[in-house]
Ligand binder design. Structure first.
Ligand SMILES: NC(=O)c1ccc[n+]([C@@H]2O[C@H](COP(=O)([O-])OP(=O)(O)OC[C@H]3O[C@@H](n4cnc5c(N)ncnc54)[C@H](OP(=O)(O)O)[C@@H]3O)[C@@H](O)[C@H]2O)c1
Length: 331
């Protein structure tokens, strides 16, 4: 099968379209014929070896953290999925297995969900990593635990994670403020942001303070590093800062967690948990199919142009999502 691989860590010059063996599903695994694969910031970090400490890597290394396609074969012990089913999923790449930028992907069955009627496969491939990350960061009790009526800031609201987070927060009954660049202010407003602020405006923290009164209940930081000034001070006492781990610019996690605690706030680092996320993904897909949750703009790029996709996502300024056309939807 064809796959986008690297033989060493480094820049996009190392990406190549290779012929690699067709993987055989083992117990509990499903082989998916990949129609479209998601493009995520984790891909360039993976390519450069910046996240290699998190899982075993063997070369040639197939990139890709999520996908949509059709079930091709199921391994022993798998129930609920059969050849021909349209599915979307995170890959097992973060556990050291092959990624999704390939014609076929082996994935653990509990990660998979059926694509609901009405959702095309290119759109479905844009969903898993971004929507699951947003959903868990906002709503999981040990993370954002967002409640109706609370005031939340989504920092980095126009990207993949942010586009879902703004909507999910508004749907949960929260009042939503956002940051993004000036060009995306109207876009995040359409997603449900009550107060949209340009992060290049030096007054934006003050405008947040004016809006939030006693302080924000929750901040979901989808950018990281030092891009959000005064973040702990923007929270009310008892408020939470959920930092979606960038895995490359997370600072001194222990020190910042302790600093937040000393100020009566909580700082929580969130890494998406996808091991058994199939049901959560199915629920998100149902909300999309029902028109409750809208898809961000999805740009489709051919697998042969993976270099372009990686460079775009590495720029850090994609509105919505990029997906790679692997086999396309002409099954
Ligand atoms: N640990 C995990 O489990 C996990 C899972 C998913 C994602 N992540 C991480 O979460 C981050 C976001 O992922 P993503 O998929 O949403 O990325 P993305 O689609 O590339 O979006 C990035 C967004 O950030 C905005 N942005 C850039 N600089 C900003 C700043 N200084 N202030 C506010 N917004 C800024 C950009 O908006 P403009 O274009 O308007 O500038 C862009 O829309 C990445 O670091 C990713 O690796 C981690």
């Amino acid at each position: 099968m064809k796959a986008v691989v690297i033989d060493r860590f480094g820049g996009t010059q190392n990406l190549r379209l290779a012929d690699v063996p067709l993987p055989q599903p083992g117990p509990g695994q499903v082989r998916v014929h990949v129609a479209f694969a998601g493009v995520n910031p984790a891909d360039w970090k993976d390519m450069e070896g910046l996240v290699a400490g998190f899982y075993e890597v063997s070369f040639p290394h197939i990139l890709g953290f999520d996908a949509a396609g059709v079930v091709d074969a199921v391994g022993p012990g798998v129930s609920g999925f059969a050849p021909g089913d349209p599915v979307f999923t995170t890959s097992d790449h973060g556990d050291g297995l092959a990624g999704s930028w390939a014609e076929y992907l082996l994935v653990s069955a509990p990660r998979l969900a059926l694509v609901p009627a009405g959702l095309d496969l290119a759109s479905a491939a844009a969903v898993p990593i971004a929507a699951l990350t947003a959903n868990q960061a906002l709503l999981a009790p040990q993370r954002g635990n967002l409640q109706a009526g609370q005031r939340v800031l989504i920092h980095g609201a126009s990207g993949g994670v942010g586009s879902f987070a703004v909507q999910l927060a508004a749907l949960a009954g929260a009042r939503v403020a956002t940051t993004c660049s000036a060009a995306n202010l109207a876009y995040v407003g359409e997603l449900g942001s009550e107060l949209a602020l340009d992060y290049r405006d030096p007054d934006f923290p003050q405008r947040l303070r004016d809006w939030s009164g006693e302080g924000l209940d929750l901040i979901v930081d989808a950018v990281g590093g030092d891009t959000l000034p005064e973040r702990l001070q923007l929270l009310r006492r008892g408020g939470r800062l959920v930092s979606i781990a960038t895995l490359v610019a997370d600072g001194d996690v222990a020190a910042e967690t302790a600093q937040a605690r000393s100020m009566g706030r909580e700082k929580i680092y969130a890494i998406m948990d996808a091991d058994r996320a199939g049901e959560e993904l199915a629920a998100l897909g149902a909300r999309i199919a029902a028109g409750e949750l809208r898809l961000p703009p999805v740009q489709v790029i051919d697998l042969q142009d993976a270099v372009n996709a990686v460079e775009l996502v590495r720029s850090g300024h994609v509105r919505g999502k990029l997906v790679l056309r692997v086999c396309g939807d002409g099954f």
